[in-house]
Design a protein around this ligand. Sequence first.
Ligand code: FES
Length: 130
Amino acid sequence: MQSWHEIHGANGLKPGDMTHGKASGEDILVLNQGGELHAYINRCGHMNAPLDLGTFKSGVVKCPQHNAVFDARTGEVRGQPQFSMPGMDKLPPEFMEAMARMAPIFARTECRPLTPLPVETLDGKVRVWV
Ligand code: FES
């Protein structure tokens, strides 16, 4: 059953900052985009990496694992996952062969948008409906 839950680390969150906290058994991502709070389940829409370990800049959240990019206000996908990284050409051949075997799996794994959660501030405390 859903209800409001305080996300303790989000109280006083400044514009451009993000944090995460547990609520109702879920890890919740809270970010402040231009003075507006937004909240999502803290899992990438591609392969569930924790988004708080990524970056939040210029209105987008970038996943730390394959660099998918999500709109901070809506959760829409703004950039698809990337499967190559700078310096990959210097990796051992065995690693590159393993990456080549995984490429078809990555290619068929859909990157879904993040679903916004209701979020509010009440008496200075940030609460999320989850
Ligand atoms: S897990 Fe986030 S882009 Fe792949």
